[in-house]
Design a protein around this ligand. Structure first.
Ligand code: ACM
Ligand code: ZN
Length: 619
């Protein structure tokens, strides 16, 4: 039933976008760098065969076979040969001239050829899924086209904080599917926090016996003192589960970068092993129950701190093949270090001029350890303070300045600036009252879309250090996986396009008015929660007029409807439907409010937008 519904809906959706012969008619996100549409189409039917060249190609071919079976109930045979009729051919053989993540997708009436190596072939497959199927006739057709594509940035990431709230492996896999579908290639898994330690470490069982659970959690927005829910909360991933996630991600060409935070955000570890904090007989500590930054951090003076971290890393490294290991480094108050005899002695012995120097000593020591194991560190931009570790890559989050500074010093950079809208825990609309509770900030779809991760002020050589871009999903105010989906969708579409598409092929109008509505129409058929964007073409504003034409409004989800009121009340689908231009007449001395929402085919609704029309003429 679900499959039938899916196909039926895709048919309807396809009708709306049939006869598509221009590149923009293909609703692909991220926008490929070259799309040449041609006449004709390939018909997917029971005589279609899937073909592949190598075992590696077969992995992607198998994913396609499963997709077709689930979506359309078609059981397509699969063969290791490019010979034959009516093939969908996954081929690395002819991809010699392509870089690893580049691909070509050629759809002809008699054959579909996907060309690429490893990740490139997988991206060809993801693009193919987005152009399936287009039909007016009841047939499953794929429009004839040649697409040639490659990414702008090598690093394209999405992060998830599982410390503040915990998400099960089943959801993490779904999240990885989403990352892969939008051609991102790194999942930054934020595994340790003040409010919960989330990865099993066999040598230190208390990290998960004690550190993975908190006795209660702050209710609502941060307040001190606040109200708490009186519910014990927690969870962690076993090492077997971590391996399962890493393998699942690898099959989709996504690297998993673990973050083991230090020296701050360590309260859950200190609740488990208080001796790792400053001073003699420190603690006891409780796993964090509220948000923010805590003064109790790892002691940088005690040798046992470094032994502990090295032992933890010794168990982490075999689980994660990624060259990069994220060691945090952000928001580490120096309060305890200032009065700790061990920290002060360390500073004196090493000639460190202040506590920033001590933080730098800490990070450099861990970097040296990880480098000796063949790994490289990523740290938040605070690792610049007190001097950068020699081989560190900087994740610039407080703005782009840290990234600029690091690139000028010859260090690699990943841009995840909140000023670029890359904090997906920030609200998506301007009005907090209309949005679910969030940490604050405002990161609209457009703000993310127009972000330019390579700052202009850098020389060509320095620009090469901008490896790419990432969005972060901090979960203080995100308790459920539905809310993660809501915060990520549709902003991941904009992230994927700034990460993948060459700037000259980006186009906000086409993205927001055509491709996002089309992709959301497909998403709308599933159970996944997402934020329905506001009506396109209407603004929250005040205009002065006696008569005002509301024109050219578009639903933000293809197939959705727009409903409006003029009486100031919140519109619903019981109100009038907007079907074309409306003239709002306002008597002298009065005002009218044109207030509209989008209702998606599933019934999901957008926030309202209202234009207030004021006639200032005297009666
Ligand atoms: C951060 O948002 N504290 C990296
Ligand atoms: Zn100390």
């Amino acid at each position: 039933m679900k499959n039938a519904l899916y196909v039926l809906c895709i048919f309807t959706f396809a009708c709306l976008q049939s006869n598509a012969q221009t590149k923009t008619a293909f609703a692909i996100i991220p926008q490929p760098n070259s799309v040449m549409a041609r006449d004709g189409s390939f018909v997917l039917n029971t005589s279609t065969q899937i073909a592949y060249d190598t075992d590696s190609d077969k992995k992607t071919a198998n994913l396609f076979q499963s997709f077709i079976k689930n979506a359309y109930g078609l059981n397509l045979p699969i063969q290791q040969s490019g010979e034959g009729d009516h093939l969908i051919y996954f081929s690395s053989k002819n991809a010699a001239g392509l870089t690893n993540e580049a691909y070509e997708l050629q759809v002809d009436p008699d054959k579909v050829v996907l060309k690429g190596k490893e990740a490139g072939l997988f991206y060809a497959y993801e693009t193919l899924l987005q152009i399936l199927p287009d039909t007016l006739t009841g047939q499953l057709t794929i429009p004839a086209v040649t697409i040639k594509d490659q990414p702008r940035y090598a690093y394209r990431g999405l992060h998830l904080d599982v410390g503040r709230h915990f998400f099960p492996v089943s959801y993490i896999k779904k999240y990885i599917d989403l990352i892969a579908a939008y051609k991102l290639n790194n999942f930054h898994w934020h595994l340790t926090e003040d409010q919960g330690w989330r990865i099993e470490i066999k040598k230190y069982p208390k990290l998960t016996q004690i550190g993975a659970f908190r006795d209660q959690t702050l209710l609502g927005r941060y307040r001190n003192p606040g109200e708490y829910d009186s519910i014990r909360y927690g969870g962690f991933y076993t090492q077997d589960e971590v391996k399962e996630v890493v393998a699942y991600a690898a099959a989709r060409y996504v690297k998993v970068i673990p973050e083991i935070e230090m020296p701050g955000h360590a309260l859950a570890a200190l609740a488990s092993y208080p001796e790792l904090a400053c001073g003699d007989h420190p603690g006891p500590f409780k796993v964090g129950q509220t948000w923010g930054v805590f003064d109790d951090v790892y002691c940088a003076g005690k040798e046992e701190t470094f032994k502990f971290i090295e032992n933890v890393l010794d168990e982490v490294l075999p689980l994660f093949p990624s060259t990069y290991i994220h060691i945090g480094g952000d928001e580490c108050p120096k309060t305890r270090w200032k009065t700790c005899p061990y920290c002060q002695k360390r500073m004196k012995d090493n000639g460190l001029k202040d506590e920033h120097g001590l933080q730098s000593y800490f990070i450099q020591r861990i970097e040296k350890y990880l480098n000796s194991k063949g790994r490289r560190i990523i740290g938040w931009d605070e690792i610049l303070e007190g001097g950068l570790a020699p081989n560190a890559t900087v994740m610039s989050w407080r703005g782009e300045e840290g990234g600029i500074d690091a690139a000028k010093q010859g260090h690699d950079v990943i841009m995840t600036a909140n000023s670029y809208g890359l904090y997906f825990d920030h609200k998506q609309g301007p009005d907090s009252e209309r949005e679910p509770l969030s940490i604050g900030g405002y990161s609209s779809l457009q703000k993310v879309y127009i972000a330019e991760p390579t700052p202009k002020g850098l020389s060509a050589e320095e620009q090469k250090h901008i490896l790419g871009v990432q969005a972060n999903v901090w979960t203080e105010y995100i308790e459920t996986s539905n809310k993660v989906d809501f915060m990520v969708l549709p902003r991941i579409y904009a992230l994927s396009e700034i990460a993948w598409t060459a700037p000259e092929h980006k186009d906000w109008k086409n993205f927001s008015e055509v491709r996002v509505p089309a992709r959301l129409a497909v998403l709308d058929l599933t159970g996944t929660t997402y934020r329905v964007p506001e009506v396109i073409g209407l603004k929250d504003t005040v205009v002065y007029a006696s008569s005002y034409l509301v024109d050219q409004l578009l639903p933000s989800v293809k197939g959705g409807k727009i409903y409006y009121t003029l009486n100031g009340l919140d519109p619903s689908e019981t109100d009038k439907e907007y079907k074309g231009p409306i003239t709002v007449n306002v008597p002298a001395g009065k005002q009218r409010v044109f207030k509209a929402i989008v209702v998606a085919p599933s019934g999901r609704t957008s926030n309202f937008v209202e234009t207030v029309i004021v006639n200032t003429k005297k009666k």
